[in-house]
Design a protein. Structure first.
Length: 449
């Protein structure tokens, strides 16, 4: 097979995008049949007189979107697009690509999502259909503003069992995403607390919510063992946002001595710790570290959890566990907020947890992500032209790597962007860089190619 592609060099659109669209349409139209082998990168570059990098980027995007697959030592083969559109549910994880056109195209990356196929959709559909057929009242009634009690009860038991928490359903608030829940929290405490400390580097979107609610935010450096306590104590803040079990993006783990020191700080300040425990259940070398919420005895920890990382980001269900002392203040303002998360999805998730499916799922994804973690460095060495050293990869869904380069941060970022890989440059000292890279969404076919 020979491509008849002719690039339009006057359009201003990258040639790799043009080639990607050409091959995609040929597959859709069945001009390239299911299972048919595509010309190799070397052959295509020679035939079309286009650089190998351009061909690689076009094939990379086709791999990402599921139009082709890579078979080790054999090459690239077209996928049956009928199966793709009906079964693969790639609409959840398909990544749009950059365009130089004047219209806005959202930049997305293949490495951020969860593993395609990790959740057993047959089980999810069965549970969802059961809600539809057996719970007519649930289908035709509005949901609880705090979240469905069945789910809050299951989450309470889940956090107590897996994270060492001490909580009950009345403390839990359900919402569609961590940012939404931080907004609710801000409404509860804004009259008593005006300064929030945030990790640096850290989860920037938490800072944005605090600032939108009029809080003063203060950056607190993150050290190898977590947040810098000396800087926190000097900040004057009465609220601190931390991710102690797997800090984003550095991957650091806060040891027990510092955890107790942080709890003591909150008690002495009459302040609060906002604990984001977003992917702490995924540990490879040891058991998950108990959460701060379960360690604290002074009722000063606000716990944030989410199912986006362990299930799928398409499921917009997160939760906040309030200290007992904040339940009444929450109830006073709760009617200002409508429930943002689907009632039917909440009830389905409740059954998913209650019937033990989540325990099987966690065991499954630990095996999947452990393999991806082991493949990460060999995969990155195909992209980065120099040595790469793994620094942190014992938990969670992102790793920290080190590189040496004379390049600017912008040049490094652009290189990975061309391969649809999102990176965070978290440290730089001269030519030494440390990068945080998520790997959960990278397909095995791509990592093994």
């Amino acid at each position: 097979m020979i491509y008849t592609f002719i690039p339009d060099k006057t359009s201003g659109r990258p040639i790799y995008i043009q080639l990607y669209e050409y091959i995609r349409d040929e597959i859709k139209l069945q001009h390239i049949k299911s299972g048919e082998k595509l010309p190799s990168i070397r052959e295509t570059a020679s035939t079309l007189r286009i650089s190998k990098t351009t061909i690689e980027n076009a094939y990379f995007q086709l791999l990402t979107e599921g139009y082709i697959e890579s078979q080790p030592k054999k090459g690239y083969f077209a996928i049956d697009v009928k199966d793709y559109f009906s079964d693969q549910l790639m609409s959840i994880s398909t990544k749009s690509i950059h365009s130089d056109s004047s219209s806005h195209v959202e930049a997305r990356y293949i490495n951020e999502d969860t593993h395609l196929g990790s959740i057993d959709l047959r089980i999810w559909k069965k549970l969802y259909n059961r809600i539809l057929s057996e719970s007519e009242d649930a289908v035709y009634s509005s949901g609880s503003y705090q979240g469905e009690y069945q789910l809050r009860n299951e989450i309470s038991g889940f956090v107590n069992a897996t994270r060492g928490g001490h909580t009950n359903p009345e403390q839990i608030v359900i919402g569609a995403g961590i940012q939404y829940l931080i907004g609710i929290l801000s409404g509860i405490i804004k009259h008593d607390i005006r300064t929030a400390a945030v990790e640096s580097p850290g989860y920037e979107k938490a800072r944005y919510i605090f600032e939108d609610y009029g809080f003063k935010t203060i950056d607190i450096p993150v050290k190898g063992d977590g947040i810098n306590m000396t800087a926190l104590e000097a900040s004057g803040a009465s609220l601190v946002y931390v991710s102690p079990s797997h800090q984003f993006p550095t991957g650091s783990l806060m040891p027990i001595a510092k955890r107790l020191e942080l709890l003591s700080w909150a008690e002495k300040k009459s302040g609060y710790i906002l604990e984001d425990d977003y992917d702490s259940l995924i540990r490879f070398e040891s058991r998950p570290v108990p959460c701060l919420q379960g360690l604290g005895k002074s009722d000063r920890v606000i716990y944030l959890g989410s199912f986006s990382k362990i299930l799928t980001p398409a499921l917009r269900i997160s939760y906040m566990i309030l200290p007992e002392r904040l339940i009444n203040p929450y109830l006073i303002i709760s009617t200002r907020y409508t429930q943002s998360s689907s009632k039917l999805e909440q009830l389905t998730l409740s059954s998913f947890i209650k019937e033990g499916h989540i325990d099987k799922h966690l065991r499954k994804i630990k095996r999947i992500y452990s393999k991806k973690r082991d493949l990460l460095i060999p995969f990155l060495q195909k992209i980065w032209p120099g040595p790469i050293t793994l620094i942190s990869a014992d938990s969670g869904l992102h790793s920290v790597v080190a590189i040496e380069s004379e390049w600017t941060p912008e040049e490094i970022t652009r290189l990975f962007d061309r391969h649809r890989i999102l990176i965070n440059i978290i440290r730089r000292s001269g030519t030494h860089y440390e990068l945080s890279i998520a790997y959960s969404g990278l397909p095995f076919a791509l990592m093994n190619s």
